[in-house]
Design a protein around this ligand. Structure first.
Ligand code: APR
Length: 241
């Protein structure tokens, strides 16, 4: 039981590629990361799509196929536990579906989703698929399908929704993102004064100083379950007995 006068915190979790690393999905900017092997300009910009759409489709087809070989890890599962106790929303830069498969119910994808494709001409014609997409695969209006991914240089349609969620948070947990890419990286500027802010990242992530984050320098699969239990223990001490 909690004291009825105790106000429970609203929690926002901002996740990036690092939370899925222990599931076997490569991050982007670590050593061995995806952007060492592929050119951002070729596979993650509208210009790359115009130049060589087959190459772009192939890149995302491989990523989509890989989803069938990976599973959520203890970090994803810890967030499912968190939402059993607190109002918890996840804002993810990831395009995988591991948060959903773990069982998290409030997940906002800032950079799109691998398991969706859309018409390159009619933005609201969006389809769900776990299959490869090829040149000649078209929407119901006859236009080519493209990955439902936010590329560099494109608008991030959900950013203002995400900013409003951060403005409302009492606890902000950042997991596994280098916070290199705007506007996602700027979300922390909306953190309310006095909110508690954590960063879980094994690297010496310099943004922890910029945003005054309490940096837990560990892998997410190890550190996030511990942090989740600590938060639960603060408000629901009996729950962990
Ligand atoms: N646990 C937690 N963090 C980890 C782990 C782990 N096991 N392994 C690596 N990390 C950290 C790295 O130290 C790094 O700081 O995850 C971070 C990954 O950073 P990036 O590769 O830059 O990924 P991300 O921040 O999600 O990239 C943002 O860039 O290219 C775009 O659209 C793409 O959404 C992506 C965006």
């Amino acid at each position: 039981m909690t004291d009825p006068d105790v106000k429970l915190p609203r929690i926002i979790v901002l996740t990036g590629a690092g939370i899925s690393a222990e599931s076997g999905i490569r991050t982007f900017r670590d050593s061995g990361g995806l952007w060492e092997e592929h050119s951002i300009m070729d596979v993650a910009t509208p210009e790359g799509w115009m130049r060589n759409p087959a190459l772009v489709l192939d890149f995302y087809n491989q990523r989509r196929a890989q989803l069938k070989e990976v599973e959520p890890n203890p970090a994803h599962l810890a967030l499912v536990k968190l939402e059993k106790f607190f109002s918890t929303s996840i804002v993810t830069q990831n395009v995988d579906d591991l948060h959903e498969r773990a069982g998290s119910s409030k997940v906002l994808h800032l950079h799109g989703e691998l398991l969706k494709v859309r018409s390159e001409r009619f933005d609201d014609l969006i389809y769900t698929t776990d299959q490869a997409i090829h040149l000649g695969d078209v929407c119901e209006q006859g236009a080519q399908l493209r990955p439902h991914i936010v590329w560099f240089g494109e608008d991030v349609p959900m950013i203002s929704v995400a900013a409003d969620m951060v403005k409302d948070a009492d606890v902000i947990i950042v997991v596994g993102t280098s916070l290199n890419v705007y506007p996602a990286a700027g979300l922390l500027y909306h953190a309310p004064y006095g909110s508690r802010k954590f960063l879980i990242d094994p690297s010496d992530n310099p943004t922890s100083n910029v945003y005054r984050l309490t940096h837990i320098q560990e892998n997410a699969g190890k550190a996030l379950p511990v942090l989740v239990d600590e938060l639960i223990g603060e408000y629901f001490p009996a729950a962990l007995d």
